[in-house]
Ligand binder design. Structure first.
Ligand code: ADP
Length: 302
């Protein structure tokens, strides 16, 4: 099989592991830097070129699109989709999951558990906004933040008002969220492939820190998830339309609450914490889907 891996850097752990998994299974692969691709769009033929090469003959594309290149990365991915090539996560699902507000709205429509969340741009009544989410303590998040940057815990109402005012001054869109204290500075990352959670880890924040992101010094360990957590993670990935997803959950007194659904979840933390060959599982999944869809098409046309 010929697999394209949309990634900006082949030295990144996740990209390297996907390359190794392709090699171990004798699949041809190519690393494609979406930003360097240029596309021909017209009414008769679509093509994508990279450094003079016409990119064709791929059986599948695995997108690893960083959040800073979502727009162009998804445009290139969409071009592959329009050329009829199977993409592991499609461009619409990636864009959905990148928008934190849109994601939460979609999860809420499916009645999936989440922290009570307010969303605002220039709240005319900050006090009412805070009341709406149950009052302090609250977590205030910049809509565009990643890796825990722009996520602030305001323990008192006064602190919350000041932070909201400061973010408003920056003309930023914000989320104001119920603080899940009982999570104890930990979250659970469930790695979903297809309709299964194939690996999960618990990330614990450093003492004095409530954000458990590994980039913020959080420590990952193996965890056994409950059937309810498994079901929630699978439903969350499905609500986004993602076939591979990293679903982040908080353990609360009222059950698992989804914080975020990641469309390009990193492999390093989860492979180290669990010892699983997650990259291999992704390639096996891609091969299974592409082969099954070919068999179906053959049967249909016979
Ligand atoms: P980012 O997308 O930047 O990683 P998150 O929304 O995932 O931001 O928040 C970063 C971390 O902060 C989470 O992994 C979690 O540990 C903690 N956190 C976020 N929201 C809450 C909340 N409502 N209650 C408790 N802890 C939270």
């Amino acid at each position: 099989m010929k697999i394209g891996i949309l990634s900006r850097n082949q030295n990144l752990y996740s990209t390297r592991r996907l390359m190794e998994a392709c090699e171990a299974r004798d699949h041809e692969y190519k690393i494609i830097d979406a930003l360097h691709c240029y596309m021909n769009i017209n009414s008769t033929q679509l093509s994508i070129h990279l450094k003079g090469e016409d990119l064709k003959g791929f059986d599948a594309i695995i997108p690893r699109i960083g959040s800073s290149v979502t727009f162009y990365g998804c445009a290139v991915l969409r071009q592959f989709e329009m050329m009829g090539i199977y993409t592991l996560n499609d461009s619409v699902a990636i864009q959905r999951s990148r928008d934190k507000l849109r994601s939460l709205q979609l999860l809420s429509r499916k009645s999936i558990g989440m922290p009570i969340t307010g969303f605002a741009s220039k709240p005319g009544d900050i006090k009412d906004l805070l009341n709406m989410v149950g009052g302090a303590p609250v977590v205030i998040k910049l809509l565009e933040g990643t890796q825990g940057i722009g996520v602030v815990l305001a323990e008192t109402r006064k602190a919350a008002e000041s932070v909201i005012e400061a973010f408003m001054g920056l003309k930023a869109n914000i989320m104001v969220q119920e603080y899940i204290k009982e999570a104890g500075g930990a979250d659970i990352r469930c790695f979903v492939i297809g309709d299964k959670v194939i690996a999960s880890m618990r990330r614990q924040a450093l003492p004095g820190e409530f954000r458990s992101n590994l980039h913020r010094g959080g420590v990952a360990s193996l965890v056994r998830i409950t059937p309810d957590e498994r079901k929630t993670a699978i439903s969350a990935a499905k609500a986004m339309g993602l076939h591979v997803a990293g679903v982040d959950l908080l353990r609360s007194d009222r059950g698992p609450l989804v914080m975020e659904v990641n469309s390009s979840p990193g492999l390093e933390g989860i492979e180290f914490a669990t010892g699983h060959d997650v990259a291999g599982m992704i390639i096996d999944y891609v091969v299974k889907i592409v082969s099954t869809s070919r068999t179906r098409t053959r049967v249909k046309t016979q």
